[in-house]
Each structure stands twice: as structure tokens, then as C-alpha cells.
Design a binder for this molecule. Structure first.
Ligand SMILES: *Cc1c(COP(=O)(O)O)cnc(C)c1O
Length: 364
């Protein structure tokens, strides 16, 4: 069954992105290695950083592999990492710290609030050994958009390593990685760049990456080794997802054609505003009241009316859209993403379909 994905990745891609995968590539071939290099270059320019100060490392696997690669190879035994967590992805970083035995402190924040710089400052005062901060930008769990500016300023003032999981935001919102002083930013092929799943990428400050050689706790996710090999001529260390790589280059070109990140951001923002407005008209309230991001929205189940997520899901699926269940621990929600090859006309159509569903639920 064909449907559009209203999920935050994998998401709906263009036909041309899918078509780019119709060739088989040799990983040793010069053309293919040049594609890898072009992707690395393009990502640096999207991040608004210079090649002198930053580099891009591509890493096989989903987004979490990229995050784990950074944490498990860049946090040294001397480091003490502060993890800000206001959702499942922040907590996943905590789990990675536990698995790898990294010295860490957790600053846990309710899912409908953002981490606060004042509290981070207090933690830094109380625990002067803290040498690094990790946080999520767009917490896909709820759809909240965390504020990087103040915490990044603290990281800079205290000379702390700053690690950002920008998985569901990078490419979909303007972001100056150098100005934000991010040392390691992680995102993946299947989110706002609108490629297909298969690898993650790390935009890394070169001197920090080079300083942290030899600390990797795994072989496959060794960020430094991957960088060393890729830096030579664009060869990935182990087998790379060749079709995904071709699709990703096409997706990057299409992002440029759309007018770059600024234009894509405006499209997502328009989609998101329209989605929330339409849903509100239909009686659905959002879980996030403040700092709602433009990528994905959590809606509370209807009150005072019968509501079964499964029924709702199949109703939408049969009408051509797939959504996500909620991921909030304390409230019953479902999530609707508005990123990918999605336009206001899709949101209008979705709203019509949801309106019909509500009527059925009422009558029955
Ligand atoms: C998608 C996502 C990830 C990575 O999830 P994978 O399933 O490993 O791709 C990590 N953090 C955030 C905020 C995400 O949205």
C-alpha cells in the first residue's frame, strides 16, 4: 500500500531521490569516492563552517550509530559529560554513557520544558569536573525545540566540549555551527535533508577530533579512524550504503534547488502552522505549549470522545497517510510530522480525512 509518511524520518522522499538509487556503485571507484567528498563538502557549507576548522565524517548505520560513535570515541576517561535530557533521545545518550562506562551527570527536564542555561550553570558550579555537554536540538519525542544559544555560550565560556544531536533539525532550520561553537553535531541521511536511511553524519571540529584520537571503545564506531580513512580520498572504512549515498547527494542538490535551508525551513514552518491550526479547529490540543518546533507535533488524544489510536491510524493509512504513535511517558498522544516531501495541500487533505474520522467516531 502506498502512503505518504507524516513521520520524522524515514520520511517521504521525491521520486528523483528514489531514482538516484537505480545504479550499483563500486566502493573503490574514483567516481564514488568523489561523491562522498562532495557530500562532505556540501554538509560543511550547510553548517556554515569552514573546511579549515571543521570536517564531516559519514558513519554507517542509523542516527543513533552516529551519536554513539561520538560519545564512545570522543569522551575520554578524563572527561565528565553533562547530558541534558527532556525526552527519549536525550535519555538514549544517557544509556550510551552507561554502556560505555563514561563519567556523566544527567540533567533531566520534563518533556514539555527545555533545558535551562541557569540550571546548567548551577550544575557546572557544583561539579567543576564537568568537561563536556551533550544535548538534543529538536527532541523528536515531543516535537519541542531546545534552545542551543545560551547553553552553547556557557559551553564556550567554560571551555567545555559541546555535542549536539541535531538529528531531526539539521537541514531544516538555519544553524551556524561555528557561531554556536558546536564541536560535534550529529544528524542522519533520512531526516531534514530528505534522503533515505542508511548513514549518519558528524560535523566535527577538526582540532577536537584530532586531540581525541585513540579513545574509541569500539572498532566499528571509531570516529577518529573513520575520519582518517575518509579524509585521504573519500573511501569509507567498511562497506558503505552505496545506494543511500547516491540518494543523499541527489537530496542535497534538491535542497539547494529549493533555495537552501532558509526556504526549506519556511516550508516546514508553513506546514507546521497549518497543521496545528487545522488540528485545533478539529478539537485536538498540542502537548507542547511553549517552544514547539516546526518538524513534528504531539497531539493529545481527544477528551470526552471515544479515541482509539489504532482505528485512527488505519483510517489515515487507508486514506494515504501514515503517522506515529506518541512517545510521551505521561500523556496519551500521537505525533504528526510535517517534514519530507510534504506541502500545504497534503496538510489540507489530511485535515479533511481527520475531520471525517471524528464524525464517524462521534456517530458511533
Ligand atoms: C531520529 C533521531 C535519532 C536517531 O534515531 P535512529 O532511529 O537511530 O535513526 C536521534 N535523535 C533524534 C532527536 C532523532 O530525531
Amino acid at each position: 500500500m502506498r502512503y505518504k509518511l507524516l513521520t520524522p524520518g524515514p520520511l517521504t522522499t521525491t521520486t528523483t531521490v528514489k531514482k538516484a538509487m537505480m545504479t550499483d556503485q563500486c566502493t573503490w571507484d574514483q567516481d564514488y569516492k568523489e561523491i562522498t567528498q562532495e557530500i562532505r563538502q556540501r554538509l560543511l557549507s550547510l553548517a556554515e563552517v569552514s573546511e579549515e576548522d571543521y570536517t564531516t565524517v559519514l558513519m554507517q548505520g542509523s542516527g543513533s550509530f552516529g551519536v554513539e560513535s561520538v560519545l564512545s570515541s570522543m569522551i575520554t576517561p578524563e572527561d565528565h559529560l553533562l547530558v541534558c535530557a527532556n525526552g527519549a533521545y536525550g535519555k538514549r545518550m544517557v544509556e550510551m554513557c552507561q554502556r560505555h562506562g563514561l563519567t556523566h551527570t544527567v540533567y533531566e527536564v520534563p518533556e514539555n520544558e527545555i533545558p535551562k542555561a541557569a540550571k546548567v550553570q548551577q550544575l557546572l558550579n557544583d561539579q567543576p569536573t564537568i568537561s563536556a555537554i551533550a544535548m538534543v536540538h529538536s527532541e523528536t519525542t515531543s516535537g519541542i525545540l531546545n534552545d542551543l544559544t545560551e547553553i552553547s555560550a556557557l559551553a564556550k565560556a567554560n571551555e567545555l566540549l559541546f555535542i549536539v544531536d541535531a538529528m531531526s533539525s539539521f537541514g531544516g532550520i538555519p544553524m551556524n555551527v561555528a557561531e554556536l561553537n558546536i564541536d560535534f553535531l550529529v544528524s542522519s541521511s533520512n531526516k531534514c535533508i530528505q534522503g533515505v536511511p542508511g548513514f549518519s553524519f558528524i560535523i566535527a571540529k577538526r582540532d577536537e577530533l584530532e586531540k581525541r584520537k585513540g579513545h574509541a571503545r569500539t572498532l566499528s564506531l571509531d570516529l577518529y579512524d573513520q575520519y582518517q580513512v575518509m579524509e585521504k580520498d573519500g573511501k569509507w572504512r567498511f562497506t558503505s550504503p552505496t545506494h543511500t549515498v547516491l540518494a543523499f547527494l541527489q537530496a542535497l542538490k534538491e535542497l539547494e534547488l529549493e533555495g537552501g535551508i532558509e526556504q526549506r525551513y519556511l516550508r516546514y514552518l508553513t506546514n507546521n502552522h497549518l497543521l496545528r491550526q487545522k488540528m485545533e479547529e478539529l478539537g485536538y490540543e498540542t502537548f507542547i505549549e511553549k517552544n514547539q518546533g516546526p518538524f513534528i507535533t504531539s497531539f493529545l488524544y481527544l477528551k470526552d470522545r471515544p479515541f482509539s489510536f489504532n482505528n485512527f491510524y488505519y483510517h489515515l493509512k487507508h486514506n494515504g497517510f501514515v503517522i506515529y504513535p506518541g512517545k510521551i511517558s505521561a500523556r496519551d498522544c500521537f505525533r504528526i510530522g510535517n517534514i519530507g516531501e510534504i506541502y500545504p495541500e497534503d496538510i489540507h487533505r489530511l485535515a479533511e480525512i481527520i475531520e471525517k474520522y471524528s464524525e464517524v467516531a462521534y456517530v458511533n
